[in-house]
Write a protein that binds this ligand. Sequence first.
Ligand SMILES: *Cc1c(COP(=O)(O)O)cnc(C)c1O
Length: 247
Amino acid sequence: MGMDDDRGDRRAELAGSHARVTARIEAACAAAGRPAADVRLVAVTKTYPAADVLHLAALGVTDVGENRDQDAAPKAAEVRAAGADLRWHFVGQLQRNKVKSVVRYADVVQSVDSVRLARALADAAGRLRERPLDVLVQVSIDGDPARGGALTGPGADPEVALDRIAAAVAEAPALRLGGVMAVAPVGWQPEAAFERLAEVAAGLRAAYPAATAVSAGMSADLEAAVRYGATHVRIGSALLGKRPGLR
Ligand SMILES: *Cc1c(COP(=O)(O)O)cnc(C)c1O
């Protein structure tokens, strides 16, 4: 089998998984009484090559997610050089020394969970970007400070308190507060996790009406997320296949 056959096989494989994921999102929207256009698919392409991103773009995917700058920066450059114009979402833990790189290719950073990181992004985006950077605040559902994510309760450390982070983003001219992101904690019913996130999102929207995005739901739990108001689902393995290792 030649190279072209391999490429055709992968394209066909991705076309099948993309059709299945799209059908799941549409069914979940129908069950929730929501229009399918309410929910955007973010294809999480981490660990997969630029060639897969280009296949997905050809299938109509508009948004991709990555969680490591070392992989994402060259991949985004390769995809752009091939002529595909996609929205890049950074969804992983972001070290402040990577911020200058990420603001050059990311359209959205979904994983902002400290005031310090918000300020570092504001500074870098102000210097290195022409358009504002969309930011989602990553929320901790279970309030465990060890696992990261913004906290909401009274007495939360101000450095990681949702209202402080939101204020730091909202006051930065180079950033745009888009909403919230979360991962359902291991051991939680996804419904309970996303119901809790919906409450947090509503609270944020009351203070910042433009912060309408709710990024929730992955391959295993997108239906529960859509039921509780997700506007973005982040889908990796159901689209691209099971990743080797823990990433
Ligand atoms: C990897 C990842 C996803 C996608 O997970 P799947 O279970 O493969 O769909 C979504 N969100 C974040 C933050 C991730 O790191």
